[in-house]
Design a protein. Structure first.
Length: 130
């Protein structure tokens, strides 16, 4: 796989499935991202605030979700993108992409959310669950 950043995420997901833990190294995570997407100031700044780690939800206290998240916060990127699935954001996108219908914009938003969710691994505290 050419995309080292994505491969690393998928490898950690596989490790969690097989062993219940993963080998996350922040330096490698950042290096793979920057190698894949370049060292632009925006990318360097962005990856400083992102990590692969655990988030939990109050409504599912016995579930840990491993995935891309805001560093040192209990906020996943999938949850952020999910919250962007709203009419206000769709209207803003419509102005930037007037050739797209509302349905096409909503479809793109849904696929992005689903893509980020697919990079997550859910684990019941004390036992594995995907």
């Amino acid at each position: 796989m050419k995309n080292k950043f994505l491969k690393e995420i998928l490898d950690m997901q596989q490790q969690l499935e097989e062993r219940g833990e993963c080998d996350y190294r922040e330096d490698r995570f950042k290096d793979n991202f920057l190698f894949q997407y370049s060292h632009t100031p925006d990318n360097v700044r962005a990856i400083q605030n992102i990590e692969y780690g655990i988030t939990t939800q109050d409504y599912e206290p016995h579930i840990e979700t491993y995935g891309l998240k805001i560093k040192n916060k209990n906020v996943s990127l999938a949850d952020i993108v999910y919250s962007l699935e709203c009419e206000l954001i769709a209207d803003c996108l419509k102005r930037g992409f007037p050739e797209l219908s509302a349905e096409e914009i909503e479809s793109a938003q849904r696929v992005l959310t689903t893509l980020l969710n697919s990079l997550e691994f859910r684990k019941r505290t004390g036992e594995s669950e995907t």
